[in-house]
Design a protein around this ligand. Structure first.
Ligand code: SF4
Length: 344
């Protein structure tokens, strides 16, 4: 598969009154044509900041991207683009769907015109043609009575319909990359499943590569080709879906998997939760960022940051436990098949 996005040494700080928050700490990864790459982790781990930086959507007044960072798309560093060049990539080549469609859609503009606007900015067609295509896009994303609905405003839509409209806007120009940041968080479970199925179908039809940002491992199990787990601004484990679900290597990934409810779980049994809180990224710890919460923590973990250990061609982990000199440990039981009902 062809590599279409290459992120190297991405480091992003936020200047706040309290000091400098190190939100993303020297991460590197690639995205390949037509794949779905999931970035998972709890709130504040840096996954949304990473995805917004690809679109250059971070607030310039407070966000500071380190000079050594690179986001290479189509042979050019997105971080260096300005004006027209940036506008061409944004929306045309790389598009994004957000968590909350209501705040992303323009409440004063008919939905059909909003989809058409995206086409008018990036292609040379007439307003009439653009509106016609917008209706086609709304049909493609499964909006019922698309011709009529195209003339309505976002407040006349249900939550699921708004999210479909957002997807239509994002995909109108057939981007090479779609970034979906928690695309179903605001929706109820049945609509969530429909939207995720829609994204997967469109991805297969249009061969769009997707970066799926989520904390929902159920969605990841059903959708992702590859997964990278983020914690405290760093990627701590990565691998293809089967590796991450059937042979995870990092205690944080184990804990994430254990905290997913199981169908076999007794109704009154307590759900597993990860004790403690992530570190304060104003002052990230010297060693492993997960050390305070890790039940396998060793003296070296607090002293030195764990180095990357390659597990296979596709899987790697940053944890001293997997280092060749670390003591051999049994992983907690009950990890295999922890996500029930998913097509693994
Ligand atoms: Fe736990 Fe140490 Fe691995 Fe960090 S490096 S996750 S503290 S075992």
């Amino acid at each position: 598969m062809k590599k279409i996005l290459d992120i190297k040494n991405l480091t992003i700080d936020f200047n706040t009154y309290a000091g400098r928050i190190q939100a993303v700490r020297n991460i590197s990864f690639s995205l390949y044509e037509g794949e779905i790459l999931a970035i998972v982790g709890e709130s504040g781990c840096g996954k949304t900041v990473t995805s917004k930086s690809i679109m250059r959507l971070l607030p310039e007044a407070t966000a500071q991207v380190n000079n050594h960072s690179e986001i290479i798309f189509d042979g050019q560093n997105v971080l260096k683009l300005k004006g027209k060049e940036l506008k061409k990539i944004r929306g045309d080549e790389i598009a994004m769907i957000f968590q909350d469609p209501m705040s992303a859609l323009n409440p004063t503009m008919k939905v059909g015109h909003q989809v058409a606007e995206s086409l008018l900015i990036h292609t040379k067609i007439t307003k009439k043609q653009a509106f016609k295509e917008a209706v086609q896009m709304l049909k493609l994303v499964g909006l019922p009575m698309a011709e009529k609905r195209a003339h309505e405003y976002p407040n006349q839509y249900s939550g699921g319909m708004r999210q479909r409209a957002m997807i239509a806007i994002a995909l109108a120009c057939k981007p090479k990359i779609l970034i979906a940041d928690e695309p179903t968080t605001a929706l109820d479970v049945t609509i969530q499943a429909q939207i995720m199925k829609l994204i997967k179908t469109l991805q297969a039809d249009l061969n769009t590569a997707i970066i799926l940002v989520t904390h929902d491992l159920g969605i990841v199990a059903g959708m992702a080709d590859r997964i990278q787990v983020m914690y405290a601004g760093q990627i701590i484990e990565r691998g293809v879906r089967e590796e991450l679900f059937y042979d995870p290597q990092h205690p944080y990934t184990w804990a994430l998997l254990r905290s997913v409810p199981k169908v076999s779980q007794k109704s009154k049994s307590q759900l597993y939760s990860i004790t403690g809180t992530p570190p304060d990224l104003l002052y990230p710890p010297k060693g492993c960022a997960f050390a305070e919460r890790c039940e396998y923590c060793m003296p070296i973990c607090r002293k030195d940051p764990p180095v990357e250990t390659i597990i296979s061609k596709t899987q790697s982990v940053n944890c001293w436990l997997q280092h060749k000199d670390a003591p051999k440990l049994n992983k907690p039981s009950g990890l295999k098949g922890v996500i029930h009902g998913q097509s693994l």
